[in-house]
Design a protein around this ligand. Structure first.
Ligand code: PLP
Length: 398
């Protein structure tokens, strides 16, 4: 029988295009800054995770350039063999100090941290309990584990408790229970009730793992993140995971907690053991980002000033902005087609904000997701507010 073994490639792609579910990739011609050029057009950036504008901060640029001069472009190996340079070690020490943790471990990405560590923390005979809206990299990490899995309703601590209570009746008894939650949920911008989750976890003898990718640089003292925000002890939130790819403005995942956690994680995480380490310029730029967070508090302050102004203006204008309490502000419009039209109209008006539609959110919850930036001036925020209101009126959303 002769059949084309790769016919599915074009067929499945065509199905995605037909269903309007394919990604059309936009290209930045230059740096990620408030005013940037996207596909050749000058627009105000409203969908970057570079919350504090650190990706272009002079101190990060200088640190990266200097590291290239000193160490070269690459590290030469995986971390456990010959790919650990002093700059990687220094970053982990510096991060642990910043987080107020005994130790930290840096992974290539946040995705690699979740995919590498979660399946090691819980396996056969254990249970993982996960928020229904957790990030895809958590979902993949959970899928790689042989543990039993349970999901609780989004940010619903009563439902979490119900799941934990019913787990107590399981035979044979679970050896370990791992609760995992995003810190800030990326589609809605709401903050996990981590204080209450930690309490319930403690009552049930469960380990608590928080993925704070969108909370770092945003929440807590000097942007230390959600554990600092709630003043929680590391005895109740044992694993604090995060990323350098968002507010820190660079790239790289990390976990912080006890020395025992880090020793365990680096010996067990296959993503950490089997994949090349960061170019030294990445580690050096991440070090500079932590210095900037500690020494220049104005960035986090500006982020929140811009956020409060933008949220108030959107809400006063009559947009449905959901229940976000962070610089992620969804503009919820309902139907997918409407969200796409709004995004297109905004682009014409020089604002770049992408639609988030089914299956990323429920069918009637399509939205434009906006992410505020500290580097945006008052005039720029004003420009964006005018554009949103005009586009909302043009499309009869307002
Ligand atoms: C972005 C994100 C990640 C992935 O981080 P990377 O470092 O970009 O791989 C993981 N978890 C959450 C909640 C995220 O938002």
């Amino acid at each position: 029988m002769s059949r084309d073994p790769v016919a599915f490639l074009s067929k499945e792609y065509a199905q995605l295009v037909q269903a309007n579910l394919d990604w059309r990739i936009h290209t930045l011609n230059g740096p990620s800054e408030p005013w940037c050029h996207v596909d050749g057009k000058k627009v105000l950036m409203f969908c970057s995770n570079n919350y504090l504008g650190l990706s272009t901060h002079p101190r990060l640029r200088a640190a990266a350039v200097e590291a290239v001069q000193r160490y070269g472009a690459g590290s030469g190996s995986v971390r456990p063999i010959a790919g650990t340079m002093d700059v990687h070690v220094e970053l982990e020490k510096r991060l642990a100090r910043f987080k107020g943790a005994e130790a930290s471990l840096v992974y290539q990405t946040g995705f690699a941290a979740n995919a590498g560590l979660i399946p090691q923390l819980a396996g056969e005979g254990d249970l993982i309990v996960s928020d229904e809206l957790n990030h895809g990299s958590i979902i993949d990490g959970v899928r790689l584990s042989k543990a039993d899995k349970a999901v609780y309703r989004h940010a619903d601590v009563d439902d979490l408790e119900r799941v934990l209570n019913s787990a107590e009746a399981h035979t044979p008894a679970y050896q370990k229970i791992l609760i995992i939650t995003d810190g800030v949920f990326s589609m809605d911008g709401d903050v996990a009730p981590l204080d209450r989750i930690a309490k319930v976890g403690k009552d049930h003898g469960a380990m608590v793992y928080v993925d704070d990718a969108h909370g770092e640089g945003v929440l807590g003292e000097a942007g230390r993140g959600i554990v600092s925000h709630f003043h929680l002890s590391r005895n109740v939130v044992q694993v604090e995971m995060g990323t350098f790819s968002k507010a820190f403005g660079v790239v790289g995942g990390h976990v912080s907690g006890s020395r025992d956690l880090v020793n365990f994680a680096l010996n067990k995480s296959r993503t950490w053991l089997l994949s090349g380490s960061h170019p030294p310029a990445v580690a050096a730029a991440c070090l500079a980002a932590i210095d900037v967070l500690e020494q220049e508090p104005e960035h986090v302050r500006r982020l929140w000033e811009n956020t409060r102004r933008f949220k108030k203006a959107m809400s006063d204008a009559g947009f449905n902005i959901g229940k976000s309490t962070t610089p992620i502000t969804p503009i919820i419009v309902g139907e997918s087609a409407k969200a796409k039209q709004l995004s297109d109209r905004l682009f014409e008006l020089q604002v770049f904000a992408l639609p988030i539609v089914f299956p990323m959110v429920a069918k009637d919850q399509a939205r434009i997701r906006t992410i505020m930036n500290a580097a945006m001036t008052e005039d720029e925020v004003g420009f964006a507010i005018d554009a949103f209101i005009r586009a909302g009126k043009d499309l009869r959303i307002l």
